[in-house]
Design a protein around this ligand. Sequence first.
Ligand code: ZN
Length: 80
Amino acid sequence: MIRYSLECPDEHVFEHWFDSIADADAQLAAHAITCPECGATTVRKSLMAPNIGASKPSAPALPSCASASCCAGSCPALAG
Ligand SMILES: [Zn+2]
């Protein structure tokens, strides 16, 4: 089972359980899922990320390569 957050054209977000990713895609493509609030059948997967506030997740920072001598000359940022 897999749970998706779905969103209708009126921005109602709700959750729905599917058997699999393929099942979710098939049901969404077939408009088999109905928004519980307005009845819309053109719902799509929501990009809602639970438990994430206003702060962005920080990507791993690459070392600054201002110097040509960084990484002993093998810095990937300077390879191109
Ligand atoms: Zn709706």
